[in-house]
Design a protein around this ligand. Sequence first.
Ligand SMILES: *[C@@H]1O[C@H](CO)[C@@H](O)[C@H](O)[C@H]1NC(C)=O
Ligand SMILES: *[C@@H]1O[C@H](CO)[C@@H](O)[C@H](O)[C@H]1NC(C)=O
Length: 227
Amino acid sequence: MRAIVLLCLLGSAMAEDDSFSWGGPGKNVVDPAENNVCLTDQASCGCCLMQQQIHRMETFFNMTLNQLEKELIKTMTVLNNVRDSRSAFSVALTNEDSLTCFGPFRDDKVIAYKHVFINLGNGYSVDTGIFTAPRSGVYSLALTVYSDAGSPGNSLAACATLQVNGQVVAGPREKNMQDQEDSATIVVALHLLAGDIVAVSLPIGCFLCDNNSHYNTFTGFLLYATD
Ligand SMILES: *[C@@H]1O[C@H](CO)[C@@H](O)[C@H](O)[C@H]1NC(C)=O
Ligand SMILES: *[C@@H]1O[C@H](CO)[C@@H](O)[C@H](O)[C@H]1NC(C)=O
């Protein structure tokens, strides 16, 4: 019994030693010296094989764990990237109790939407009305305009243009004398580059009216980043 325990201890000591060749995980290389031990002492042979097997499994699990740790770090990096690039804004023209109109003006004028529902990532400036894309990606942009001519028969001009870097992308337009009120909406998905400037411009003659019912809204959010 004592001899078997001793052999086992010897076996485990050899297993710790780097020079001990055990074949690596998955391989079944049998050491000839070990074969001799197996011939002379069946019981200690079983014990040594078990030690070998345990060592092999330990190495295998260590490798698997290392791999998983690497994957986890990679995943966390991607997740943090996604979190950092969150960008969403949604604003309304005003939050006044009484209906207030913006325009008409003699020149095109950028509309500074004053009421902020959300401005995640602070891409929207309430002072200028300009949204600056924090990073390149596909953005969803929506614009709803509403106007009130004041009384039937007055000319109505519910119009605005969505612009990227000063270029018109789309523009809802309702100009007539048949309605007192009108509303129009556009929604687009655009690939913007980091630093691109998005704004809503009020063309000459157009005017928009609103109160805290928020009939005029401007919304944008990053669908996914492309850099
Ligand atoms: C497995 O990892 C543990 C902790 O890092 C280490 O103590 C042990 O020696 C490793 N075993 C093998 C077989 O690599
Ligand atoms: C906003 O103005 C419209 C049109 O005058 C009116 O019908 C509506 O009740 C007003 N909204 C609020 C919250 O007062």
